[in-house]
Write a protein that binds this ligand. Structure first.
Ligand SMILES: NC(=O)c1ccc[n+]([C@@H]2O[C@H](COP(=O)([O-])OP(=O)(O)OC[C@H]3O[C@@H](n4cnc5c(N)ncnc54)[C@H](OP(=O)(O)O)[C@@H]3O)[C@@H](O)[C@H]2O)c1
Length: 264
């Protein structure tokens, strides 16, 4: 009896003593890799989920001396149901409970079009829209993050108190789109992501989970051709603070890395 009690106590202690886990997608990207460093520095065990490359995140975490807190996993293409399910199954088999899920994977229209139309650096414009690429932007920026979130929920990886952060964009703000227009695929896909995030915030509130949509600023990364108003380290530090401060009453908000509300 006493032995059984000791075993039970050991199980409870092991469970409650586990470190908090952050799962970050797009972990080899400009913002994603810096988020990995931020969470690891704050003491999280980080699952850094990359699609096909991981050199950048490996380099950053070793430079920041946090490699011991980071597990880099390759093969998470958020557009592939099979890969998403296999990835989530793998985490489940390792009994990984996710406390914070950060979706940083994403693509800009020009990144898609430059593959199909080499030499193109401009986003597709009105009159030359490629609807296959519009759909692809939706798959990566909106459907993929929802798919991964749903898979994590279905497999019980996210529980009470979990936080889900979507790296969206101010370009997904319909209300702010009064002057520049254009950028159809990217804007539409990020607006759709925002819609998914809002529904998740409502649906997951009774389960004690919080959701936030984040604008990282105009950040110098491969996505912007290394142009921007802010460097990825500063943006990621701000995003980390926003996620750390997220609670039930702020769930469903759309804010930037500095905490300012972004109009829908
Ligand atoms: N930079 C900005 O100014 C800015 C502004 C607003 C919003 N954002 C958003 O911030 C997020 C991060 O952007 P970033 O600037 O860090 O861009 P980035 O450096 O180009 O990184 C994007 C990452 O997304 C990954 N990715 C692309 N398609 C994927 C897929 N199908 N499945 C899984 N991963 C995929 C890429 O993986 P690979 O390494 O395999 O290519 C890459 O690591 C994106 O959601 C972006 O829309 C950025």
């Amino acid at each position: 009896m006493r032995r059984a009690l000791r075993c039970l106590l050991l199980v409870i202690t092991t469970h409650t003593a586990r470190g908090a886990v952050a799962l970050i997608t797009g972990a080899n990207g400009g913002i994603g890799a810096e988020l990995v460093v931020q969470f690891a520095r704050a003491g999280y065990d980080v699952v850094a989920a990359c699609r096909s490359r991981s050199a950048h995140v490996h380099q950053l975490v070793s430079k920041a001396s946090v490699a011991n807190r980071v597990k880099v996993l390759l093969g998470l293409d958020v557009t592939s149901p099979e890969k998403v399910n296999a990835f989530v199954d793998g985490l489940k088999r390792q009994r990984t409970a996710v406390d914070v899920l950060v979706h940083a994977a994403g693509v800009a229209t020009w990144q898609l079009s430059s593959v199909v139309y080499p030499g193109t650096t401009e986003p597709m414009t009105l009159g030359s829209l490629d609807y296959g690429l519009v759909a692809r932007a939706f798959e990566i920026n909106a459907v993929g993050p929802l798919r991964l979130t749903e898979a994590c929920l279905k497999e019980g990886l996210l529980g009470t108190g979990a936080k889900i952060a979507f790296v969206s964009s101010k370009l997904g703000s319909v209300a702010s789109n009064t002057r520049l227009g254009a950028n159809y695929a990217y804007r539409m896909s990020k607006s759709a992501l925002n819609a998914a995030g809002r529904s998740l915030a409502v649906d997951l509130r009774p389960k004690g989970m919080s959701v936030v949509l984040l604008h990282p600023g105009y950040v110098a990364t491969p996505m912007t051709g290394d142009r921007g108003d802010v460097v990825a380290t500063v943006s990621a530090a701000g995003l980390f603070r926003r996620i750390a401060a997220l609670n039930a009453s702020a769930s469903g908000s759309f804010i930037d890395y500095d905490g300012r509300q972004v109009p829908w």
